[in-house]
Design a protein around this ligand. Structure first.
Ligand code: GDP
Length: 536
């Protein structure tokens, strides 16, 4: 490519990156993530009517066994990226699988986003799964926008909810808007920056845009009466305590802009979209594994953050989801696979929109592409053009489910070993072993129990080595070191195993009460929490 063309392309890439926002919603099941996803897409006019995004129960083209499993459970295993065009912006919403399919993938998605929306149910506040996901955001310094949902239903006081966020997770809340009327008697929202009051009217069924009407704040008092007085008092209080938005602390993951609304009747969704556009960071230079950073304008590079197997029963294919870090992706380009140095052809690359897939022609930093025939790729792998690029590995997360795994048929031990090693390398599950248990009976460790189902199925179907799993009564893992390992091993109600992938020594412990006793009785023992889920 000529120097001029090269410069033009990098300018184009910088421009395209600047208009992208790549984010995920972190929430507890039932807080309204699917509803919010639809509402965002609806408001942004990417879909014509609510219900077309997740389409629970009406999925078409069910061909693979994963999808059968998915249907049987009524959950979504296919973690997709939804592209929402909004004004000049491209919003890439990455799905964080929840419910029963909560797994390491859920956490890994957070390594591929630049921002997260923490979705709270106004009646419930912070819930367990939200807390775990928030911890991953905090560890990775992902900025968090808070959306307090279901304001159309009876819930808690707004100030009380903000207080909970600040007290429990130390995230300083900065409300951008403020509700008029208590949860359940929602009248409208005041924009704190402009003082503008938007009155909201419910639309039947909530399937279309909520009717929003701007009312002069001078007249709002007459219209809303006592509710307006209370909101004004609370707004004054917020001003006094200085709960203002601050960009620096938001980007550092220390404070969070807060919005109130209700996804189902589409209340306050446009404020959320505008906040994403105005405040969420665009894809920036990505730190590499050697202390440098890869500018978005550099030649193409990206990192695999999720693998998905068996999309098609006939092909036993694996698909890799890659987030682009730099450069422009053109379908058909031949990339280099960092781990092997081998070329990787991208003829059949797909963009994933909801449950639909379509071939992608070009894509830019912040976009997610799905690479088919990706059998050689693993989570964390880098693909690039030009000189070698290495990004930091995607960390493994704290497992909470453990099971001993054995080959059902001892004569298939070779296949068993090969399969377990492959699934470990792909990051489907963490494989632990110890001399006591022996190589033939590794312990599988998972963030969510569905990971075990995936292993069981793939070991039988793909590696022809059916397995038996015996669940272990541990719920916690802590990292220790070689000096402490013998002492940790001698503890009752605990066991030390080595993680094969990185050689870390993990102490498995029954539960948090046992952990507390162990810590009390052995204050010098090294027992470091792992990333996320390390709730004590
Ligand atoms: P998810 O599990 O987080 O994806 O939650 P869903 O989007 O499936 O929502 C869970 C339930 O809450 C459903 O019955 C929704 O209709 C309901 N819901 C979601 N958002 C709202 C809201 O803003 N107001 C009310 N009243 N219900 C909501």
């Amino acid at each position: 490519m000529s120097v001029v063309a090269d410069r033009q392309q990098s300018q184009e890439v910088v421009g395209e990156a600047a208009r992208r926002r790549t984010f995920a919603v972190i929430s507890h099941p039932d807080a309204g993530k699917s509803t919010l996803t639809e509402a965002l897409a609806l408001h942004a006019a990417a879909i014509t009517s609510a219900g077309a995004v997740h389409g629970k129960g009406e999925r078409k083209g069910v061909t693979s066994d994963w999808m059968e499993m998915e249907q049987a459970r009524g959950i979504s295993i296919t973690s997709a990226a939804l592209r929402i065009d909004y004004g000049d912006c491209v919003l890439n919403l990455l799905d964080t699988p929840g419910h029963a399919d909560f797994s390491e993938d859920t956490y890994r998605v957070l390594s591929a986003v630049d921002c997260a929306i923490m979705l709270l149910d106004s009646a419930k506040g912070l819930e367990s799964q939200t807390l775990k996901l928030f911890e991953v955001c905090r560890a990775r310094r992902v900025p968090v926008i808070t959306f307090v949902n279901k304001w159309d239903r009876p819930g808690r006081e707004p100030l009380e909810l903000l207080d909970e966020v600040e007290q429990r997770i130390g995230l300083r809340p900065a409300p951008l808007n403020w509700p008029v009327g208590i949860a359940g008697d929602f009248r409208g929202l005041v924009d704190r920056a402009t003082g503008r009051y938007t009155k909201l009217y419910r639309t039947p069924g909530g399937a279309t845009r909520a009717v929003e009407e701007d009312i002069d704040p001078e007249q709002a008092g007459e219209v809303e009466g006592q509710e307006w007085v209370q909101a004004t008092e609370e707004l004054d209080l917020l001003g006094e305590i200085g709960a203002h938005f601050e960009e620096e602390s938001f980007l550092a993951g220390e404070s969070s802009p807060v919005l109130f609304g209700a996804a189902l009747p589409n209340f306050g969704i446009s404020s959320l979209l505008n906040t994403l556009v105005d405040l969420a960071p665009a894809p920036g230079d990505k730190p590499d594994a050697h202390g440098g950073a890869r500018p978005v304008s550099a030649p193409f590079s990206g990192q695999v953050f999720k693998m998905q197997a068996n999309m098609d029963k006939a092909h036993r294919d694996r698909m890799a989801f890659l987030r682009i870090a730099s450069g422009r992706f053109d379908r058909g380009m031949v990339l280099t696979h960092g781990a092997t140095g081998r070329p990787f052809a991208t003829k059949y690359t797909q963009a994933v929109f909801g449950s639909e897939r379509s071939t992608v022609e070009d894509a830019y930093p912040g976009d997610v592409i799905a690479l088919v025939n990706a059998n050689a790729l693993s989570v964390g792998d880098t693909l690039y053009t030009g000189p070698k690029v290495e990004f930091p590995a995607i960390p493994s997360f704290a497992p909470e489910h453990f099971a001993v795994c054995r080959a059902k048929d001892a004569s298939r031990y070779k296949q068993f070993q090969r399969g377990i090693a492959q699934l470990d390398a792909e990051g489907v599950v963490q494989v632990l072993s110890s001399e006591v248990r022996g190589e033939q009976a590794p312990v599988l460790a998972a963030v969510g129990p569905l990971q075990f189902d995936v292993v069981t199925d793939r070991m039988a179907q793909e590696f022809n080595a059916p397995i038996e799993l015996a669940h272990l009564d541990y719920t916690l893992a802590r990292r220790t070191d070689a000096t402490c390992a013998p002492a940790a091993h001698a503890l009752s109600g605990a066991e030390v195993l080595k993680r094969r992938a990185d050689g870390e020594l993990l102490v498995l412990i029954h539960n948090k009460y046992r952990l507390r006793v162990i810590k009390r009785d052995n204050p010098d023992l090294v027992l470091e929490p792992l990333l996320a889920g390390g709730t004590e």
